[in-house]
Design a protein. Structure first.
Length: 119
């Protein structure tokens, strides 16, 4: 699976962005998907995850109520809608695919897209 993320950019605090991750190469619907982020000088953390069919989701505490993950299997795309952005959301965001929602290991990773939130 090849994963291509896009949608990053610069926004002021309180603003919104929508990230997209398009998959190609294998059946997208066979993979649970997640968004990760890595801020400068920090470790990579999972932000949000969604099951294969989209029924199940979970979020990092820091983004609950502000971010929403969704997917469109017909378009081979997973989205991350980010609202009420804060400067601490500044990071490189990337998407990843795993075989199941419970899998610990990720099979495929995409390149990152930079999100910068200014105060």
């Amino acid at each position: 699976v090849q994963l291509q993320a896009s949608g990053g950019g610069s926004v002021q605090a309180g603003g919104s962005l929508r990230l997209s991750c398009v998959a190609s190469g294998r059946a997208f619907e066979n993979y649970a998907m997640s968004w990760f982020r890595q801020a400068p000088g920090k470790e990579r953390d999972v932000v949000a995850a969604i099951s294969r069919g989209g029924k199940y989701t979970n979020y990092a505490d820091s983004v609950k109520g502000r971010f929403a993950i969704s997917r469109d299997n017909a378009k081979n795309t997973v989205y991350l809608n980010m609202n009420s952005l804060k400067p601490e959301d500044t990071a490189v965001y990337c998407c990843a695919a795993r075989n199941t929602f419970a899998s610990k290991e990720y099979e495929w990773w995409g390149q990152g897209t930079l999100v910068t939130v200014s105060s």
